[in-house]
Design a protein around this ligand. Structure first.
Ligand code: MRU
Length: 365
């Protein structure tokens, strides 16, 4: 996708062939900086501190992190150690474990001296596949928006939560890919962007992306969505997912569930857009089984932003001494999800729906 007319990806190999570059998302939207990751530790820190974030991008970064680890220690124990380090960085997004399983299975079949090259190439393949998947999600979801536009005969307003755009993937995004597709095809679309407390991925990242690509949008406070749905101001909700169960329960950024409840009450269709790598086929009941990351209380108690003189400042916003809880994700049960948009098409949020798109999993089950 574009920033000021220039195409970018969130992660790409450095010209030296032994490291990768990532966009530092902790600096957006006020500063655009690229960071070089050269070691396992660089990759683990980038994921843990959210220099990179978003389920598919975390997966690709972890794959590159395992490759970088192979330069330091290509032994079989080195593979296990690197996987353990990377897997511990963020527990909810399943793409991370999926990518580590895929690359490590590959590495165990070859000699240690071949492992860095193989892992680096495999991480590159995962990145390319992610771009293709997101592009296909965009085409399928874009058709949904185009159909709605045809039926209603007016611009379509889509509400989204968190950042599930190209910054959360390698390119295109998941929830935003249908919006980019529709916009690119001349379908008039307006995006309502939830600010997404506590880290404000909507206000900082989704708004930045949509600005950069010229897509009309309005940032709203997280609590405004239900009201806007009641007043007919939302045609459709599309969110991403960090893990989706085999039964179609959708885990996504905290606050998503409340939007799904409001959407159900007001008759607004609610879709989740996600690639194959986000489906955890081993889980059925998302509320009971998906581990929810609990993050630092400081994300709730403090806010960082730009000051009038162009500097950055962090300020405290919670009564000092009050205890704080900060669960980072929630689960929307499949009964509240109108459909799941994947790279293979749109399906019902159910085991049958998902198996219809991925029949090879029926044989594996
Ligand atoms: O904590 P984050 O910023 O990594 O959370 C990201 C989200 O919840 C996205 O909506 C999710 O990864 C959707 S898929 C692009």
């Amino acid at each position: 996708m574009n920033i000021d007319g220039r195409p970018y990806r969130t992660i790409f190999p450095d010209a030296d062939g032994i490291s990768v570059q990532v966009i530092d998302q902790t600096r957006l939207p006020f500063a655009f900086e690229v960071k070089r990751l050269a070691t396992l530790d660089d990759a683990a820190v980038a994921i843990r501190t959210m220099i990179v974030r978003g389920a598919p991008l975390i997966g690709v970064t972890a794959a590159y992190g395992l490759a970088l680890a192979m330069r330091e220690d290509p032994s079989t124990e080195g593979i296990a150690r690197a996987c353990a380090t990377l897997a511990a960085t963020r527990p909810t997004a399943i793409n991370l474990r999926w990518a580590l399983d895929r690359v490590s299975a590959n590495l165990r079949q070859i000699e240690p001296h071949e492992r860095f090259g193989r892992a680096f190439a495999e991480a590159g393949r995962i990145a390319e596949e992610d771009v293709a998947s997101c592009r296909a999600i965009g085409a399928h979801g874009g058709q949904l928006i185009a159909n709605l536009h045809k039926a209603k005969g007016r611009p379509i307003t889509v509400l989204t939560h968190c950042n599930a755009g190209w910054l959360a993937t390698v390119d295109w995004g998941t929830a935003l890919a249908p919006i980019y597709d529709a916009h690119g095809n001349g379908v008039p679309v307006h995006v309502l962007v939830d600010e997404t407390r506590p880290r404000n991925q909507g206000a900082a990242l989704t708004a930045f992306e949509l600005n950069g690509h010229g897509v009309p949008h309005t940032v709203i406070a997280d609590n405004a969505g239900g009201h806007l749905m009641q007043h007919g101001k939302v045609d459709l909700c599309i969110v991403g997912s960090d893990r989706t169960t085999a039964e179609g329960d959708v885990c996504n950024k905290i606050g998503t569930y409340l939007k799904a409840l409001a959407a159900r009450d007001t008759g607004v269709p609610f879709y989740a857009a996600l690639p194959f790598s986000t489906i955890d086929w081993t889980l059925r009941d998302g509320v009971a089984e998906i581990p929810i990351e609990e993050r630092d209380a400081r994300e709730v108690t403090h806010l960082t932003g730009r000051t009038q003189d162009g500097g950055f400042a962090t300020v405290e916003v919670v009564s000092p001494g009050s205890p704080v809880a900060n669960p980072a994700f929630d689960v929307t049960p499949s009964r509240l999800v109108t459909g799941i948009i994947t790279e293979r098409g749109v399906c019902e949020a159910s085991a049958e729906g998902l198996l219809g798109l991925y029949p090879e999993r029926r044989r594996a089950a």
